[in-house]
Design a protein around this ligand. Structure first.
Ligand code: NAD
Length: 503
């Protein structure tokens, strides 16, 4: 395993290359500054040092990017799926070839630990491969016969689409949206999060070097209220795929309403991990801690509420606290680090405010509950006990390495607590009883459940939430349904007798 010093030296070199030109927008195959020349800075949460100046795009830049995506659409749409497949596999190869650069850059830009980020670039490549292989059949549909008529359905790419992404694992999440859009024949304007712009530029450059035609993928950096808003309001953008906070989703829905925008939302979560006393408790401790303390807890599917059966609550939460206390906090490029700095001082302030709130609400801080060190955005892995589901620490998405533990008596109470939040993204269930597992999974109000396992992703399965956690599903063929229009054509099977009017 390489050392922190070696990794830092390499990361410095990668970032210096970026820093020279700054992070530009990328429109119609060209690296371009913002139309008005404005820039903003992206900083590293490790030490708040500036990493690069970033083009501050606004509506004029969105207009240019959408025009490029619109012009590139007919040729990309009409390209045979097998050819698109080949290009997208070449993009995946190129991502793999530069996986280290992507991972190291992402670690410095987001604060996520290299032990997790090293896989994120490869998962990005996998996303491209998975959807590339589906490109040749993306337009296929069904044949439906009725008396005298033969109906055939097929799918067509919807047009240029907007993709708006958040700052947690930005590279992987961008590919999760962009790969199926491209595979289905849509062209894309991407607006990445302002806190983590570095790797989005890498993605478009890598894709074009691998053969993606100019204008098919365009990038505009900037803030939600200007670049993001302009993208969602643009009449030539036919659909918006958005990953981010629930309240931003509401704003995007309102902004897109005048142009009847199709939207796909992957939003926030307050996901329960529910542990019954008949579970394999050793595995449950590992899973509960992994799903909240990995990726700094900045993960939509993190298990941020721990619901534990009363009979084992004290012992189980003691074990979780012991793990939280043992976790190594440190530089994201240290191979030993589990928890790195939170994304940005603004987010750190939000997470720290929940430590104060927990005390005010009367919960016990069983682990962590404070900032770590004096430099950068580090906080300690935290466990709140003696909490109940009415507290804000149990209801609101904190989006950090912060777990709220709540006891329950029986399965009725576990279900009631689990469902009593505005969110419904995922749930994790630990029990030795098949009966309990079936009873609970039939009734949990979430889009995804894992029984006796942590979040194990499988690309053909549907990903998405219910309630305030989202609209629509990604993965498998569900992604294509969003980026494509289904059309029906009906043929008569014999000379058709049309009803005669007026005679
Ligand atoms: P955010 O909603 O603040 O920002 C996400 C993106 O939206 C950014 O690019 C931002 O610039 C843009 N944006 C903000 N306001 C906008 C507007 N009015 N119009 C258009 N665009 C706008 O989210 P964040 O803080 O970057 O990310 C964290 C959130 O993302 C958490 O709530 C997390 O749960 C969620 N998330 C969900 C999933 C999922 O699959 N469900 C995955 C990852 C993250």
């Amino acid at each position: 395993m390489t050392s922190l010093q070696e990794n830092r030296a390499k990361a410095e070199a990668y970032i210096a290359q970026r820093g020279e030109t700054g992070v530009m927008n990328h429109i119609n195959g060209q690296s371009v500054p913002a139309a008005d020349g404005a820039t903003f800075q992206t900083i590293s949460p490790v030490d708040l040092r500036k990493l690069a100046d970033v083009a501050h795009g606004k509506s004029a830049d969105i207009d240019a990017a959408v025009a490029a995506a619109k012009a590139a659409f007919p040729a990309w749409r009409d390209m045979p799926g097998a050819k698109r497949r080949k290009i997208l596999h070449a993009v995946a190869d190129a991502i793999e070839a530069r996986a280290e650069e992507i991972a190291f850059t992402e670690c410095m830009d987001t604060g996520q630990a290299i032990r997790f980020m090293s896989k994120a670039a490869l998962r990005g490549a996998e996303n491209f491969r998975f959807f590339a292989d589906k490109a040749p059949e993306a337009q296929d549909g069904k044949t439906l016969r009725s008396a005298g008529q033969l109906n055939t359905t097929s799918r067509r790419p919807i047009g240029p689409v907007g993709v708006i992404t958040p700052w947690n694992t930005p590279f992987m999440l961008s590919t999760w949206k962009i790969a199926p859009a491209l595979a289905s024949g849509c062209t894309v304007v991407h607006k990445p999060a302002e806190f983590s712009p570095m790797t989005a530029k890498l993605l478009v450059e890598i894709a074009e070097e691998a053969g993606l035609p100019k204008g098919v993928l365009n990038l505009v950096n900037g803030f939600g209220e200007d670049a993001g808003k302009a993208l969602t309001e643009h009449p030539d953008i036919k659909a918006v795929a958005f990953v981010g906070e629930s309240r931003t989703g509401s704003m995007i829905m309102a902004q897109g309403a005048p142009t009847l925008k199709r939207v796909h939302f992957e939003l926030g979560g307050k996901n329960p991990v529910i542990v019954f006393d008949d579970a394999d408790l050793d595995s449950a401790v590992d899973a509960a801690t992994f799903m909240i303390y990995s990726l700094n807890g900045e993960r939509c599917t993190s298990s941020s509420r721990l619901l534990v059966q009363e009979s084992i609550y004290d012992d189980f939460t003691r074990r979780v606290a012991a793990v939280a206390d043992r976790i190594k906090i440190g530089h994201p490029l240290d191979p030993e680090t589990v928890v790195g700095p939170l994304i940005h001082p603004v987010h750190e302030k939000k997470v720290l405010s929940y430590f104060a709130l927990a005390r005010k609400e009367g919960a016990t801080i069983a682990a962590g509950g404070e900032k770590y060190g004096s430099e950068g955005c580090f906080v300690r892995p935290t466990l709140f006990t003696n909490a109940n589901n009415d507290m804000r620490i149990a209801q609101e998405e904190i989006f950090g390495p912060v777990l709220t533990a709540i006891p329950f008596k029986d399965r009725d109470e576990a279900l009631k607590i689990a469902n009593d939040v505005q969110y419904g993204l995922s749930a994790y269930l630990w029990t030795g009883s098949l009966d309990t597992a079936i009873w609970m999974t039939e009734r949990l109000e979430v889009g995804m459940m894992w029984v006796n396992s942590e979040n194990v992703r499988h690309l053909p399965t549907p990903f998405g939430g219910v309630k305030s956690s989202g609209i629509g599903r990604d993965g498998g063929d569900w992604s294509f349904d969003f980026y494509m229009e289904t059309v029906n054509v009906s043929f008569p099977l014999a000379p058709h007798a049309t009803p005669k009017l007026g005679g």
